[in-house]
Design a protein around this ligand. Structure first.
Ligand SMILES: Cc1ncc(COP(=O)(O)O)c(C=O)c1O
Length: 432
């Protein structure tokens, strides 16, 4: 890669390559786009000999594919002209109605379908909210750590992210108050806080019931919008979801939902449920980005929700993920007791703290050589922290593969730890 030099227009120097003849023509924000650390790993970890504890793909082995095939055929034969046509920018009203029923499981009762905007995955909803609220340099507050895909959106939209500490009960209210105070004292403009309250990606923790109204109240008082991202909410192993932040602060929260984990990501359908005025702007922004979400995808999902025991399917997903999570936690306790990890009550991930002196990013090539992969903690921070953490996902491999993956990982961690114990961190190959 060539060294970036200042552009003739005197703009700040950018990362990129001058082999690209258009290098100097890109907008400032285009230079903020980065490949996610997870995507960069994809080609290596998809080799069959590698146990990937890296990706967060939902496990679709139990999806009723025959039923979905019959539904798709019925949809096209009976309603093909509508399914293959453009639809409303806000989303199909039948689906918006069914989405309000899905949200009752999160304690959002009596939702108005008119305040739902259907999007291309909740990822697009997050991008739209950020587009609407963030000018370059504005602050977005986010948990420490935070979802890598959200950090990518914030970076692309030229936000400045300030992380707020969490513990095993989720975001810490006192730390939130202090972060707001410090940011404002430094002259920063905070536009919203991004929170994943349930079965957090990557931290694996859940925001406690006691903290939810407290955080809603702090944000209301400080006039900070909450963006509540809840793709995993229905995937609690043994319990129904806690009430959403949205249920405590209807006017102060934009709630983002997704069918990707409770059903499947293939149709790329998610939604935002927003206060009315924000909803109106979201529709305009979405129309300008995509005109309308996929009609055929919306109709297929509405059919699945209306005609199938989708909640029974969710329960079978829960049992599968619970078994895999147990395999992960038992193997960690057996093979790498020197690490610490969070104990998820749902979702896909556990967040592992390495023994002192080990560096997850530097260790990754050695792990891949030992045929196991994870995501280094640095991917989940805006500012390069997180070296001493890794995210392990248990959603995809079988319990046996998870055990084998953790066993392989233990050989790498233990070898690194031996070196650190013997020579101190200065001689640790991880820190080079
Ligand atoms: C926390 C979080 N938010 C949003 C998304 C994106 O979901 P969707 O497929 O609905 O765009 C993901 C996907 O992994 C996620 O983990």
């Amino acid at each position: 890669m060539s060294t970036p030099t200042p552009s003739p227009q005197g703009k700040t120097p950018h990362h990129g390559t001058r082999l690209d003849p258009w290098f100097d023509a890109y907008a400032e924000r285009a230079h903020n786009l980065r490949a996610s650390e997870i995507r960069a790993l994809f080609s290596v970890v998809s080799r069959p000999e590698v146990v990937s504890l890296a990706g967060g793909m939902p496990n679709l082995k139990d999806l009723p594919l025959d039923r979905l095939a019959a539904s798709a055929e019925r949809l096209i034969t009976r309603h093909g002209a509508q399914a293959m046509q453009y639809g409303s920018g806000q989303g199909w009203e039948v689906l918006r109605e069914r989405i309000t029923e899905v949200m009752t499981y999160d304690g959002i009762i009596g939702a108005d379908p008119d305040n739902v905007v259907v999007t291309t995955g909740s990822q697009q909803a997050l991008d739209l909210v950020t587009e609407l609220f963030v000018d370059p340099g504005d602050v977005v507050l986010a948990e420490a750590p935070s979802y890598v895909g959200a950090l990518g959106v914030f970076r692309a939209r030229q936000a400045d992210v300030i992380h707020v500490p969490m513990d095993e009960h989720g975001l810490i209210p006192e730390a939130l108050v202090e972060t707001i105070r410090n940011a404002r004292a430094a002259g920063k403009t905070i536009k919203f806080i991004y929170i994943v309250p349930n079965y957090h990606n990557p931290a694996g923790v859940t925001l406690s019931l006691e903290r939810r109204p407290v955080i809603a109240e702090i944000c209301m008082r400080e006039r900070i919008l909450i963006v509540e991202d809840n793709p995993y909410g229905l995937l609690g192993f043994h319990s129904d979801p806690l009430p959403a932040l949205k249920s405590f602060s209807p006017e102060g929260v934009v709630y983002l939902g997704s069918f990707s984990k409770m059903f499947a990501p293939g149709f790329r359908i998610g939604w935002a449920y927003a206060p009315h005025a924000i909803r109106a702007k979201l529709v305009l922004a979405s129309e300008s980005a995509i005109l309308c979400p996929s009609m055929v995808g919306q109709m297929a999902i509405a059919d699945y929700l209306g005609d199938y025991d989708w909640y029974g399917q969710v329960k079978s997903f829960r049992a599968m993920y619970a078994e895999r999570c147990k395999a992960m936690l038992d193997s960690l306790a057996e093979y790498i007791p020197d690490c610490r990890w969070t104990v998820p009550e749902g979702g896909f991930y556990t967040w592992v703290t390495l023994p002192d002196g080990l560096d997850a990013k530097a260790m990754l090539p050695r792990a891949v050589r030992a045929r196991v992969a994870y995501v280094a903690g640095t991917a989940f921070y805006y500012d390069g922290q997180g070296n001493d953490h890794m995210r392990l996902s248990f959603c995809y491999p079988t319990p046996e593969r998870i055990r084998e993956g953790v066993r392989r990982l233990s050989t790498v961690v233990n070898a690194e730890k031996d070196i650190v114990d013997m020579f101190g961190t200065g001689d640790n190959p991880s820190s080079r």
